[in-house]
Write a protein that binds this ligand. Structure first.
Ligand code: BGC
Length: 743
């Protein structure tokens, strides 16, 4: 009997081992599983794996039980389901998401914990919807305030972007959903986005435009990257041999999968050799011109297969692509231990509101007009279209079908209750539409009144109010923070400047709340006591704003980019030839050459170099309380480049409210053999302090913080000599400095 049991057990054990192929056995090392799967695949299966079968999916290998790859936008919420072959929404009734704040808002929190919370939450929603890849985050550098997609990115500074992108990626991927970091690289404008040809030197590339991507690849270990539409040194970014092969997969040793942007592939030969692993969205213009069942004709489909069969291509590149896609699949859809995810949970609503509150930037607050004093205020005039306009729909591929959206006016009404009367007047009509690919806000914002009638009503309402809150800005319609178009000027649209000036004349107690994902000119700062930068804050927009306006939340956001007074203050416009000029590239293509003549002098680096005074500097943001900085100290005055220098500074809440301060560390190289920025952000800490409380804020400075990229040596170089650590509340408000020497 014993023998029989033993025999059955043995057969069963052998049976399991023999029947469970290595690629399905998740106790085996990933690379063994990948090799095993690869060895079982036919040529056609490999080809099928690397290109789309629908707008957002690729087929996997059904015969082997290797699941489909489903992607979704990204990066601020999970996009509603679209039809198989078309961009039009599929009209599901269970795909409404939590719309999270724009990525500029996230960057403005200057809080990596918020980025982790964001990534974890959006990843849970993507997982719940059974997606393997979330098409985000976007981290292209804010080179010009006119870029239509700045709201999907994290601002102008490579260090801030790097610090924020890593936790976002980790948070998403903790759900077994891949982040797809986009758009690699130099996709810094929407105008001419398919022909834009940035001409950038290596130093600029490595110091400004690549660090965020490197951090996402190496520290964040992002499982996928998306290439951009633009060109770079003769090839499109999505299959650019320098960007993808040499840098991303070569220098950075990255083992993930490169996904093309939708419709970014134009050629089989270069798509094969240029490091692209998955082709999506071909035969569309990226937004509207869909063609059904074109998938077999994709550049990486039949044309590639035929090319292999007739000997044009070897299978070496194909196997590399397949390995990368298999890795992606095993890390996501084939991870049996990944959590189930959740959608629209209370936790996500809470995350949305918290990130929104922490991202709002109080730019100026003369006479402490804010927070609203609800004990004394009897009448609040709310003016402006953005007080009532829902903004989660619009802006291009990041447009969402939100479960709900609280407008600023509704949020304020709910918060103020019967403590004060709120009177609303629109003041102007900007964009009354509210539709994207069949998703509608359901709002009817048409208004037949003339501009004069609207303005007169606004002035009448404002005149006898205790306080006037103007909600304006941009709105995600074409040229106003929207994919595929850049803005046409730095100015606010729809006559808002004139209206703000007129409001300031009838009532000095005016606060302007600017809702946008990028900077706008504010020629009226001297006439308006309080200015707040609010962003697109998703579902909880109105609640988050009301909470900051009423003082329940103390503003603690800081600008992730410079607020230019004029375009001339921005290097890309002053020197950089934006939006470029017609040219012919290395391959004879007609392109729009865009020389980045400003080089590394982007954002505050350009402002510092030219001693300019922007409207508001990078890193700026005030609070309802005040912070005092003590004297910075350093652990050693001299050390080697491999030493770590520790700088500490006491920061005290000197006001009467609890609040958070973002303490910023900039490094200045006092003498260098190459031109260096006056200073560069190399550290920051967000500290929460009760009134009277002091924190000893500590920064560690290592070689990375001191080096520049030497293009000739193709290496980061830390030159000996004198450096200075500058600690402050913004790039223009340095409170303490300390010198040190590198031997
Ligand atoms: C955008 C990408 C987006 C993709 C899929 C493209 O137009 O550039 O960011 O992920 O569409 O919607």
């Amino acid at each position: 009997m014993k023998k029989l049991f033993f025999g059955i057990a043995l057969i069963a054990a052998i049976g399991v081992n023999a029947a469970t192929p290595v690629y399905l056995d998740d106790s085996k090392p990933l690379e063994d599983r990948v090799e095993d799967a690869l060895s079982r695949m036919t040529l056609r299966e490999k080809i099928n794996l690397i290109h789309a079968q629908s707008k957002f999916s690729a087929p996997g290998v059904p015969r082997l039980g290797i699941p489909e790859t489903w992607c979704t936008d990204g990066p601020m919420g999970v996009r509603p389901e679209v039809l198989w072959d078309e961009w039009e929404q599929a009209k599901w009734t269970n795909d409404s998401c939590t719309a999270f704040p724009s990525l500029t808002a996230l960057a403005a929190t200057w809080d990596p914990d918020m980025a982790l919370l964001y990534g974890k939450s959006i990843g849970e929603e993507a997982r719940y919807r059974n997606k393997s890849v979330l098409l985000g985050p976007g981290i292209n550098i804010y080179r010009t305030p006119l870029n239509g997609r700045n709201f999907e990115y994290m601002g102008e500074d490579p260090y801030l972007t790097s610090q924020m992108v890593v936790p976002y990626v980790k948070g998403v991927q903790s759900n077994g959903v891949a982040a797809c970091v986009k758009h690699f690289a130099l996709n810094n404008n929407e105008i001419n986005r398919h022909t834009s040809n940035p001409i950038v030197d290596d130093r600029t590339l490595y110091e400004i435009y690549l660090p965020g991507f490197r951090a996402a690849a190496q520290e964040g270990e992002a499982w996928s990257f998306m290439g951009g539409y633009n060109l770079f040194r003769g090839e499109h970014a999505s299959y650019n041999p320098i960007l993808m092969n040499e840098i991303l997969k070569g220098e950075w040793g990255w083992d993930g999968a490169v996904i093309s942007d939708w419709g970014a592939v134009h050629d089989t030969r270069t798509a094969v050799s240029g490091g692209l692993d998955m082709e999506f969205g071909s035969w569309t213009n990226g937004l509207s011109n869909g063609a059904s069942n074109a998938y077999d004709s994709y550049f990486l489909a039949e044309p590639y297969l035929k090319g292999i069969e007739d000997g044009t291509y070897s299978t070496r590149e194909l196997d590399d692509k397949v390995r990368r896609v298999l890795r992606l699949t095993m890390r996501t859809a084939m991870d049996r231990k990944r959590p189930f995810g959740s959608m629209g949970s209370d936790e996500h609503v809470e995350a949305c509101r918290r990130i929104g509150e922490e991202g709002v930037v109080l730019l100026q607050n003369r006479g402490n007009l804010l927070p609203l004093n609800l004990d004394k205020t009897k009448k609040i005039a709310v003016i402006g279209e953005n007080a009532i306009k829902m903004m989660t729909v619009g802006g291009g591929s990041s447009s969402l079908k939100a479960r709900y959206e609280v407008t600023p006016l509704d949020g304020l009404k709910k918060r103020v209750g019967d403590k004060a009367e709120i009177v609303y007047a629109r003041g102007y009509v900007g964009d009354p539409t509210g539709e994207y690919n069949g998703v509608v806000t359901g709002q009817d914002l048409n208004d037949p009144r003339s501009p004069e009638e609207l303005r007169d009503e606004a002035l009448r309402v404002a005149r006898d109010a205790d306080v006037v809150l103007f909600f304006g800005g941009l709105n995600k319609s074409n040229h106003q923070d929207c994919e595929d178009t850049d803005r046409e000027s730095l100015d606010l649209p729809y006559g808002q400047n004139e209206l703000i000036e007129a409001l300031a004349k009838v009532n000095p107690n005016l606060a302007v709340i600017n809702i946008s994902g990028t900077g706008v000119a504010m020629p009226w700062t001297a006439k308006v006591p309080a200015i707040m930068q609010a962003w697109y804050l998703g579902n909880e927009t109105g609640n988050a704003l009301a909470s900051v306006l009423a003082g329940d939340a103390n503003p603690s956001g800081k600008l992730p980019y410079t607020y230019y007074a004029t375009l001339d203050q921005c290097g890309a416009h002053k020197l950089g030839e934006y939006p470029g000029h017609p040219g012919i590239d290395e391959l004879g293509n007609e392109v729009m050459d865009m020389p980045y003549n400003e080089g590394i002098f982007v954002g505050y680096r350009f402002i510092d170099k030219n001693k300019l005074k922007p409207t508001f500097p990078f890193g700026h943001g005030i609070s309802y309380t005040t912070f005092e900085y003590g004297k910075a100290g350093i652990d050693k005055a001299e050390g080697s480049a491999d030493d770590v220098f520790t700088v500490t500074i006491p920061v005290t809440n000197s006001g009467s409210r609890e609040g958070k301060e973002v303490v910023q560390l900039y490094i200045s190289d006092k003498k260098s053999s190459v031109e260096r920025p006056v200073k560069e952000l190399k550290g920051f800490r967000k500290v929460s302090l009760k009134p009277g409380e002091t924190a000893e804020v500590k920064f560690e400075i290592g070689r990375d913080a001191l080096s520049y990229f030497d293009a000739d040596k193709h290496a980061w170089v830390c030159e000996p000599g004198e450096f200075e650590a500058l600690i402050g509340a913004s790039s223009a408000d340095i409170r303490s400095k300390v010198k040190f020497k590198v031997k």
